[in-house]
Every structure is written in structure tokens, then in C-alpha cells.
Design a protein around this ligand. Structure first.
Ligand code: CA
Ligand code: CA
Length: 186
């Protein structure tokens, strides 16, 4: 793999950008995360106060991580800033011997994402958690179910496997790579 990232990769990162730009004003700001948090809390269930609180904390952490892409620090992440940020990350991840766990731009974000996906906090992602979250982001149920079958062993997606998948997702520009099913989660 070279440092050139192809059209497929750019399109993938653009889709991710528009996924986070929830109010569709063409930039990612903390306001988008407020809306996201409200929507996500319906996934957790209204009755579970503790879990909702955890979600609120996770959302703040995720917002901070994503706002790292705001290169000129004006409180908004533009598409250009977003692509530059992820291009640098992808190049970093492609270096031989790179340890993705040590990349500060990504580690916290991956941990937060994993914890949000692991809805019942038992250390792995179960099939129904995966499918539920995929559906929330508008992915077809069968498609979500199939992708889970491909990446997980049985009905459990272990933390290490999930994280490797997230890193591969940022890194790869191969349209056939299995990690592309992670679109919704980063
Ligand atoms: Ca926005
Ligand atoms: Ca900016």
C-alpha cells in the first residue's frame, strides 16, 4: 500500500462526514453531537438512567475526539479538514510496525465507539447489538446480520477483533475489504 489514497477511500470518508453532520449544514460541530445523543438515547431505553448517563459521557468524549480534526480551531470541522485529518491517520496506520493503539487521535475514539456498541457492557459485541446499531444508522437488517456473520466468531465479536476492524476501516482503500461494513461506527 502506498501513501496515495484512492477515490473509494475519499468517498468512504465523505459518507462518514455526512453521517456525523446530522443537522446537514455542511460542517461537523458539537451541535451535531447533541442531536446524535438524543437519537442514541432511544437505543438505550428511556428507563435506564445509568446507561443514559454513560451515553452522555461517551458522546462528549466522542465529540472531543472528532473535533480534533478542526485544524484551524474555529469550532467547525469542514469536509476538507475531515479528509486531511483522516488521510494523515490512514498514512500513519500504514507505516510498517505502526501500533494503532498508540495513536492518540484514534485510541480514545475507538474505545468510546466500542463501549457504545457494547450496549450491555459485557466486553464483546453481540449480534443483536451490532444489528440494532447498524439499523439505527440506516443499514439494512439483513446486510448488518451478514456482515456480523463474516467478522464475528459465532454470536460474539470480541473487543480486539472489533478494534482491528475499526483501524482497518480507516486504513484500507480496498472496496472489497470486510472492514467497510464499519461505516456506521466511527
Ligand atoms: Ca453540522
Ligand atoms: Ca475548522
Amino acid at each position: 500500500m502506498s501513501n496515495e489514497l484512492n477515490e473509494f477511500w475519499s468517498e468512504k470518508m465523505k459518507r462518514l462526514f455526512y453521517l456525523y453532520d446530522i443537522d446537514k449544514d455542511g460542517q461537523i460541530t458539537p451541535a451535531d453531537f447533541e442531536i446524535l445523543a438524543d437519537k442514541l438515547s432511544t437505543l438505550v431505553g428511556q428507563g435506564d438512567d445509568k446507561r443514559r448517563e454513560e451515553y452522555a459521557t461517551a458522546r462528549k468524549a466522542l465529540c472531543q475526539e472528532i473535533m480534533r480534526a478542526d485544524a484551524n480551531q474555529d469550532g467547525k470541522v469542514t469536509l476538507e479538514e475531515w479528509l486531511d485529518f483522516h488521510r494523515q491517520l490512514a498514512i500513519e496506520l500504514r507505516k510498517p510496525g505502526a501500533n494503532p493503539e498508540l495513536l492518540p487521535q484514534l485510541t480514545q475514539r475507538i474505545n468510546t465507539t466500542f463501549n457504545m456498541l457494547d450496549l450491555n457492557h459485557d466486553g464483546h459485541i453481540a449480534r443483536d447489538e451490532w444489528v440494532k446499531t447498524c439499523q439505527f444508522f440506516g443499514v439494512d437488517k439483513d446486510l448488518a446480520d451478514n456482515s456480523f456473520t463474516q467478522i464475528a466468531k459465532g454470536d460474539h465479536l470480541e473487543e480486539a477483533t472489533a478494534k482491528k476492524m475499526f483501524f482497518d476501516y480507516i486504513k484500507t482503500d480496498d472496496p472489497n475489504h470486510i472492514s467497510n461494513c464499519c461505516l456506521c461506527f466511527l
